[in-house]
Design a protein around this ligand. Structure first.
Ligand SMILES: CC(C)=CCC/C(C)=C/COP(=O)(O)OP(=O)(O)O
Length: 339
């Protein structure tokens, strides 16, 4: 299968945009800014558009079961537009000032416009999905994919609900956390692979193996994201250092530390996570507690466990050797990622 370029994914996403009247051009330019296609002055550019993993997974899953990835391009674009919509709203929900190394849409144009830009991108994702009919996909298959796509969005919103509800709580168990990330992150990665497989006319075993691969990889991916949110380098991640500590996210390292710290550290950590605003000196305090509880090593071990599950799901997949090998390579590359 020929290499999937960032440019081919971008072109497929661009097809979802309507020809804009000058009166509403800023509405689309703000979307293109988020996507890395325009700079903050709204001049065309090629900035960081993210890793584009989900559309790649979708196209590779389609090819892995013998389908035509060109026909899956509108689906891959819809999946990336949906992911980008979720990031625009997530940045508002988390008050995040930066994403992919630049200011977020709400920071530049304020919250009301950013909500609307997100809504626009959500709808472009749906419109992209319906473009499948224009490339010869049978109406019944489009309806089935649209239904599953929207079931995925509901899971994603449930995950965001849980994540936000955890802000008020200190008693989050690892099972609560896994229930949250399986919705917020793994559902879309699993859907990217599962829907790509359905579009490629997969049999039940193939679709299940690819869905299971995506789900396990999605869990590992989010757990590693949690590690990057604490220990990642701003120059590489595009997010400020210790971003998730500043945001008092109940991510896996913190859940582990709250459960395993000694009495003094437990009290200190709980007090910091109940503050309405942190001070700079709280960051090294939290990092030192995480060090004492061994929470980084523990979290890395859990991520590795789900990575291995993903590799095992892929080992069960019967299909086209080359795209399966690419999925295998991507899975391995993502273990211990730095971005
Ligand atoms: C519902 C929400 C908001 C879930 C967020 C999940 C997540 C890990 C986002 C970053 O993905 P990424 O690392 O693939 O981002 P990018 O597209 O920038 O590469």
């Amino acid at each position: 299968m020929k290499q999937i370029s960032d440019e081919s994914i971008r072109q497929a996403m661009q097809q979802a945009f309507p020809a804009a009247d000058a009166r509403v051009s800023l509405f689309y330019e703000m979307q293109e800014y988020h996507l890395g296609w325009r700079d903050a002055q709204l001049a065309p550019t090629h900035a960081d558009s993210g890793k584009l993993l989900r559309p790649r997974f979708c196209l590779l899953a389609c090819a892995a079961v013998g389908g035509n990835p060109e026909q899956a391009a509108p689906l891959a674009a819809a999946i990336q537009l949906l992911h980008d919509f979720s990031l625009i709203h997530d940045d508002i929900e988390d008050h995040s000032p930066t994403r992919r190394g630049r200011e977020t849409v709400w920071k530049l144009w304020d919250v009301p416009q950013a909500i609307n830009v997100g809504d626009g991108m959500f709808t472009l994702a749906q419109l992209s999905l319906f473009r499948l009919s224009d490339v010869g996909v049978e109406a019944s298959v489009v309806v089935e994919i649209a239904r599953r796509f929207n079931q995925t969005i509901i899971r994603l919103c449930e995950g965001q609900y849980l994540d936000m509800s955890f802000e008020q709580r200190l008693d989050i168990s690892e099972a609560d956390y896994l229930a949250m990330i399986s919705r917020k992150t793994a559902a879309l990665i699993a859907a990217a692979a599962g829907l790509g497989a359905i579009l490629g006319n997969a049999n039940r075993e193939q679709a299940t193996a690819l869905y299971n691969w995506g789900e396990a990889l999605g869990l590992a991916f989010q757990i590693e994201d949690d590690m990057l949110g604490i220990w990642g380098a701003e120059a590489v991640t595009g997010k400020p250092d210790a971003h998730d500590i500043w945001g008092r996210k109940k991510s896996l390292p913190i859940i582990h530390a709250l459960a395993h710290a000694d009495a003094d550290d437990g009290k200190t950590l709980a007090a910091i996570y109940q503050k309405s605003e942190l001070e700079a000196s709280d960051i090294p305090t939290v990092l030192a507690i995480l060090e004492r509880t061994g929470s980084q090593g523990y979290t890395a071990g859990v991520a590795k466990f789900y990575h291995e599950q993903a590799l095992a799901a892929l080992a069960d997949l019967q299909g086209e050797a080359e795209p399966i090998a690419e999925l295998h390579g991507l899975t391995k590359q993502l273990l211990g990622r730095v971005k």
